[in-house]
Design a binder for this molecule. Structure first.
Ligand SMILES: Nc1nc2c(c(=O)[nH]1)N[C@H]1C(S)=C(S)[C@@H](COP(=O)(O)O)O[C@H]1N2
Ligand SMILES: [Mo]
Length: 202
């Protein structure tokens, strides 16, 4: 009797999607994770500033941001609570554009992103330059909803999603590292999902 092809081809476990970092599962929805109450501030009086160790502090209004060259991210996002959303998209402006406009001083090594709510997160400048980070206001072609950080959020998709500050209003360049909200509460300083840097000490 012929052996079932299953015994050759079947696998006890499905092969994990190579886009999933270790310990992550694919989530088809888009969960909301917020430490704060969603702010109500309207985009009409939104300002986005770049300050600290820069040649010139720069600020953009909502309209001003839309005059900058558009850039889109297509790919995956990874939350430290183990969900990953694969093959999604966000639109806005590359962080390189706003950083270049302000002109980081040579001694600048880190950046702290601040939300209108006071939420903060820290990033090495080397991880937000060179097409690795965005300021976004659309998700899958539609306006980013408030619960997901609209009108404006940071997007740093190669790091765990807590680095992507929702309702971002300010980037401050520093010559040293300064842990933000979750980093002071036990999360890893960098948060690389491929190295499973979830908590301090990982
Ligand atoms: N201002 C602010 N930004 C934030 C957070 C937050 O609580 N407040 N949570 C972070 C975390 S832990 C995650 S996983 C993502 C969640 O984004 P989402 O709610 O759009 O999925 O936002 C990040 N940015
Ligand atoms: Mo998260």
């Amino acid at each position: 009797m012929a052996r079932s092809p299953k015994s050759f081809l079947g696998r006890a476990h499905p092969v994990a999607d190579p886009r999933l970092p270790p310990g992550q599962y694919e989530e088809s929805g888009f969960p909301v994770l917020s430490a704060e109450v969603t702010p109500r501030q309207s985009s009409d009086d939104w300002t986005m500033s770049v300050d600290g160790l820069v040649t010139e502090t720069r600020s953009w209004t909502w309209d001003g941001l839309h005059d900058l060259p558009r850039s889109e991210y297509r790919g995956d996002i990874h939350c430290v609570t183990t969900w990953s959303k694969l093959g999604t998209s966000f639109g806005g402006v590359s962080l390189d554009v706003v950083l270049d406009a302000a002109g980081p001083l040579p001694e600048a090594t880190h950046v702290v992103a601040t939300s209108v709510t006071g939420y903060t997160t820290n990033l090495p400048l080397s991880h937000v330059r060179g097409g690795q980070a965005w300021l976004v206001w659309t998700h899958e072609e539609k306006a980013l909803t408030r619960e997901h950080g609209g009108p404006l959020r940071l997007l740093v998709p190669h790091l765990y999603f807590w680095k992507s500050a929702k309702w971002v209003t300010r980037l401050t360049l520093l010559d040293h590292d300064e842990p933000g909200f979750w980093e002071r509460n036990g999360y890893h300083d960098l948060g690389d999902p491929w190295r499973e840097q979830r908590y301090q000490g990982d």
